[in-house]
Design a protein around this ligand. Structure first.
Ligand SMILES: [Cu+2]
Length: 165
């Protein structure tokens, strides 16, 4: 068990992005893999590859479902989501509060071609996969959803419970 953890740490350290973050972000309390200071959101903050505690595989399908669609996390945990799109349509995974996601979904309906990218979302074309590395540093009940018009309305939503430490 110990050896497995050690290998994981080595793999994370050998990632060039992690090395960059280390060099440019010395004083940031929670570093992300970009040179910009990560922004705190009510549902957490961008995580860095070198602090990943757990990897979670999520599959998205054209039946408008995430598998799994429920996840329990401990406050402070950094999760690397590996998100596979098993369908033939574009899907995305966006993490947020139920309110923020509903608001975002309404915007997407009005502006379907709206371009956006944030560390708490991944747009995943059919047959490919994407990743999100996120630190859940706020306890609470959050959601993840596909905000592509029609998908959110069809119930393409999952739950993330972050338990207080
Ligand atoms: Cu979708």
């Amino acid at each position: 068990m110990k050896r497995l953890v050690f290998v994981g740490v080595l793999a994370a350290l050998s990632c060039p992005l992690a090395a960059v973050a280390h060099g440019t972000n010395k004083h940031a309390p929670a570093t992300a893999d970009s040179a910009l200071a990560p922004e705190q959101h009510p549902w957490g903050i961008a995580g860095a590859a070198k602090t990943v505690d757990r990897e979670v595989d999520i599959t998205m399908s054209d039946t408008m479902r995430f598998t799994p669609d429920r996840l329990s996390v401990r406050e402070g945990e950094t999760v690397r989501f590996r998100i596979a799109n098993a369908g033939k349509l574009m899907h995305e995974m966006v993490i947020g509060t139920p309110g923020a996601l509903a608001e975002h979904a309404a915007l997407m309906k009005r502006f379907p071609n709206m371009e956006h990218d944030s560390p708490y979302m991944a747009h995943v074309p059919a047959g490919t996969d994407g990743t999100i590395t996120w630190t859940f540093n706020r306890a609470g009940e959050f959601e993840f959803a596909c905000l592509i018009p029609g998908h959110f309305e069809a119930g393409m939503i999952g739950a993330i419970v972050v338990e207080a430490r």
